[in-house]
Structure formats: C-alpha cells, structure tokens
Design a protein around this ligand. Structure first.
Ligand code: AMP
Length: 272
C-alpha cells in the first residue's frame, strides 16, 4: 500500500491508473463500518483508494474538530490489511486555499442534520467534490448511516453530471446493535449502555413495518416509548430525496433518529 500526502503525487499516480477505481472517503478512526465499505470496494474494483481527511469546513464553530479522534497509525494498518492500494492523507493546507469557490448544498441540506448543523453539508459537498476531482473514481462508497449526506452526494453527482457511480452501503452495527460511529468513543459506560435503546427502537420499528404497519405516527410513538429515557432530538420520516413526508412509502422512505448524550449526537436510521 502506498501512502500519498500531496496533490502532485496523487495526480502523478492517477495519470497511470486505468478504469476500475473504487474510492472510500473517510475522516479516519476507522472501524468495522468503514472496513465494510473498503471491503466492498476491494471486491468490485481493480484499484482501491481510501482517503483520510478530517475536513474542517464541515465542522461548525464550537464543534469537535480539534477533539475528533485521530488514529493515523492504526488506520494505516487497517487499510494495509484490507489490501487498499493507495491511502490519501492530505494536510488541511494541501486541500484548501485561503479563499475558495464554494459549493452551496440545496434546501434539503438545511433540515434535520442541516438544521442543527447549518452549513455542514456545504462543507461535506465541497470536500467530496475536491476528492472526486482528484481521484476520479469509477465507484465511490458511502454508508447509509449518514443518510442525508449520501442523498446529497447522489444529488451532487446528478446535478453536476459527474461520471461517478455512488454505491450506498448498509449500516454496520456492534454485536449488541449500536450503529458503529467514530464518535461512540465519546460515550461513557452508562451512556453506551443506554444508547442500546436506539437500535432497540429501530428493530421495533422494522418489526412493525414487516407486519405491514405503515402508519408513521404509530411507529414514531412506539419508538419514543422505547427510548423514553433518552434525550431524543428527532424521529423523522423523509423520502429518498430527503423531503419530509407523513406517510411511509415502501421502497422510498427513510426513518431517521438522532439522540443526544451531552454534546454527542448519535444517528441511526432505517431505509424502508
Ligand atoms: P466518516 O469517517 O464518519 O466520515 O465516515 C466515512 C464513511 O463511512 C461514510 O460514508 C459513512 O457513512 C460510513 N460509515 C460510518 N459509520 C458507518 C457504519 N456504522 N456503517 C456503514 N457505514 C458507515
């Protein structure tokens, strides 16, 4: 595996690569969720490129940019074990000028996650577009865990006519159900235990839906009940374009959950 630090190096290497490039952009502190994306990319492509970049423009003032977990050495080993061909780990000054042409995400980026974190998705799209232009992948892999991010990236690819296939990947969970996230390390023992109620509510909702219960109000009430001791920020229903809807539409809906533990926000969801 070759580690790439500079744009020049990446451009030089990319020039000599043929088609069949799978790309997995991450912010590092890699866990089994990231690994599942990398493995899928490995299966489906000749060349696999992973990036690790904690992107400052997607963090709001006062968020955890400085505290965000960084595990470069462990991450390198994981990528090596997953047979990644190239690991791109740029510095912030490598990726950004003092002043920049900006990307403006659509209005659907200002609800839900974007309501709590206004401008977050502008930063996400900005860095993903930069990475896409550098790597020029055939396939790019994103987790359904970050549902709003995935849908906005799909829209960017559509709107800007980018010749890239976006591959959505299933949510990976701990054996007890908690969706894996780099931010789970912020939870203390008690919070970690209580957080299990989130996946419990997700399983409960899935169970109801499998029994043909499509009334979202009923499902939401049950989910609130399961998580009644938690600080729930929202339980919402959107379609696959991320517009809020009131009725579940099969094959076109996502139920989203966000729960707060102090400053830590945990996301989970179900694609129906
Ligand atoms: P991040 O490093 O948090 O920016 O995540 C990089 C990619 O991994 C994103 O596409 C995430 O959606 C995906 N990802 C993070 N957690 C999980 C998970 N538990 N299951 C599947 N994909 C995930």
């Amino acid at each position: 595996m070759k580690i790439i630090k500079t744009i020049e190096e990446l451009k030089q290497i990319r020039k000599n690569l043929k088609k069949g490039i799978g790309f997995v952009p991450t912010m590092g502190a890699l866990h089994d969720g990231h690994i599942s994306l990398i493995k899928k990319a490995r299966k489906q492509n000749d060349i696999v490129i992973v990036s690790i970049f904690v992107n400052p423009t997607q963090f709001l003032e006062g968020e955890d940019l400085d505290a965000y977990p960084r595990k470069d050495e462990a991450d390198k080993k994981i990528c090596e074990m997953c047979e990644v061909d190239y690991l791109f780990m740029p510095e912030v000054h490598t990726m950004y000028d003092k002043e920049e042409v900006l990307i403006k995400a659509p209005n659907t980026s200002y609800i839900l996650e974007g309501y709590t974190r206004p401008g977050h998705f502008d930063g996400v799209l900005q860095v993903v577009l930069k990475l896409f232009n550098l790597v020029r992948p055939t396939n790019a892999y994103f987790g359904k865990k970050d549902a709003q991010q995935l849908v906005l990236i799909q829209q960017m690819v559509r709107n800007l006519f980018l010749p890239i296939n976006i591959v959505p990947c299933e949510i990976v969970r701990e054996s007890d159900g908690l969706a894996l996230s780099s931010r789970n390390v912020y939870l203390d023992k008690e919070q970690r235990q209580k957080a299990l109620l989130i996946s419990k509510s997700i399983y409960k909702a899935k169970d109801l839906i499998s029994k043909n219960e499509l009334n979202f109000e009923k499902i939401k009430t049950t989910m609130y009940e399961v998580m009644k001791e938690l600080d729930i920020e929202y339980i919402s229903l959107v379609n696959r374009n991320f517009e809020k809807i009131s009725k579940i539409e099969l094959e076109n809906s996502i139920i989203l959950v966000v729960v707060r533990f102090g400053d830590t926000r945990l996301l989970d969801n179900i694609w129906i």
